[in-house]
Design a protein around this ligand. Structure first.
Ligand SMILES: *Cc1c(COP(=O)(O)O)cnc(C)c1O
Length: 365
């Protein structure tokens, strides 16, 4: 079976595959970055050389996602998980509630943090059907007076993804896009804030990106510690304290790679093709493989499925690992199998997995 020169097909859920070309470039530049005689990790974050890396990453991010001028883009730390707290801390005010759409474990974790800061409620939830689907939302499901509506655009653990986003009118819409950021073009104007840890689609762990509408920032709580206030990051161009410099450099390189692929349109059609290989293997298996997500809620980033019975599933995962397929075990909270097919996972890897699946079925049924 044909593998890449690293002898693996990386389907890890996060941190996950990075483009080989980006890793090679980083390797080349590692000890002597742009003739400085230093690694990018050894540069002062106040140096012109690093500032250029930092600003170019922000500019490239804005351009690729076509982010309008009335938004700020900031780099944060603490992962998407710190955003679960920072969002209510900054935007959940005394006389308003926050509405959360519950589509999986990450929505639950985001919701859990709100209790320290104010009142929040569930707008809708698909928990009763084991988070197999994305609920339909209408304007009656939330209050026009809410501080914000929060959703998780792609559910990394259950393998579901929003196909179209709800219109929340005047109520700010905030989305955790950690596992499908820049997997396709979206209309930023539908959102007031988008945030994502970089380690699934954008780079290594350590940096978290947020896009925030200026009008939402104006409403933010002013009485917060500096590091927990979005305004600090905006005022200081995300350089208030030492940022994760190497992660930002890598993020910038991944963005260059996305440009070279042909931008988000090309990335999106690639992602569709990749997911189709694997979903077809599931759908054409006569029930040997069983997908977890409802078809109309399927994720193009995390493909979750089970093998007919538990014995065979164990065998499947063991044999897949032997063949060099990495990261196919489902999340520890749900079990089963999961193939994460983020931007940097090449189509060949997905094709190879689908062939392995067909092969395994033939030998074991
Ligand atoms: C991975 C993930 C997170 C957690 O990100 P951290 O950076 O580890 O805090 C949050 N939300 C979603 C949707 C994720 O996939």
């Amino acid at each position: 079976m044909k593998k890449n020169f690293r002898n693996t097909y990386n389907f890890n859920a996060g941190p996950s595959a990075l483009p080989t070309a980006v890793l090679e470039k980083a390797q080349q530049e590692l000890t002597n970055f742009q003739g400085t005689g230093m690694s990018v990790m050894e540069l002062s974050h106040r140096s012109k050389t690093f500032e250029d890396v930092h600003n170019e990453a922000i500019t490239r991010f804005k351009k690729l996602y076509a982010i309008p001028d009335d938004y700020e883009v900031v780099f944060l730390q603490g992962g998407a998980s710190l955003q679960f707290s920072m969002i209510p801390m900054n935007f959940l005010t005394q006389d308003h509630k926050a509405g959360y759409i519950m589509t999986g474990s990450w929505s639950e974790k985001a919701f859990k943090e709100t209790k320290f800061f104010g009142e929040a409620y569930h707008i809708a939830s698909s928990k009763e059907d084991q988070y197999r689907s994305i609920p339909e939302i209408s304007a009656n499901d939330f209050d026009a007076n809410d501080a914000y509506v929060h959703l998780t655009s792609n559910n990394t653990i259950y393998g579901t993804q929003w196909q179209a986003f709800p219109d929340t009118g005047q109520v700010p819409l905030i989305a955790d896009m950690s596992s499908d950021i820049m997997s396709k073009a979206i209309d930023i104007n539908n959102f007031d804030m988008i945030y994502a840890g970089a380690q699934k689609n954008l780079g290594p762990s350590g940096v978290t990106v947020a896009i925030i509408r200026k009008s939402l920032l104006k409403k933010a709580n002013k009485n917060l510690p500096s590091m927990l206030s979005y305004q600090t990051y905006v005022d200081k161009n995300s350089l208030y304290n030492t940022p994760p410099t190497f992660a930002i450099y890598m993020l910038g390189e991944v963005l260059k790679w996305i440009e070279l692929q042909g931008g988000l349109e090309a990335i999106a059609s690639n992602n569709e093709e990749k997911a189709k290989y694997i979903y077809d293997a599931i759908d054409n298996s006569n029930g040997f493989y069983v997908g977890h997500a409802e078809k109309n809620s399927r994720s193009l980033m995390n493909i979750t499925f089970r093998v007919q019975n538990e014995e065979l599933e164990k065998k499947f995962l063991a044999e897949a690992a032997e063949e060099g397929f990495v990261g196919l075990n489902g999340h520890r909270s749900v079990g089963g199998c999961r193939a994460s097919t983020y931007n940097a996972v090449p189509p060949e890897a997905c094709l190879a997995l689908s062939e392995f699946m067909k092969d395994f079925q033939q030998k074991n049924s």
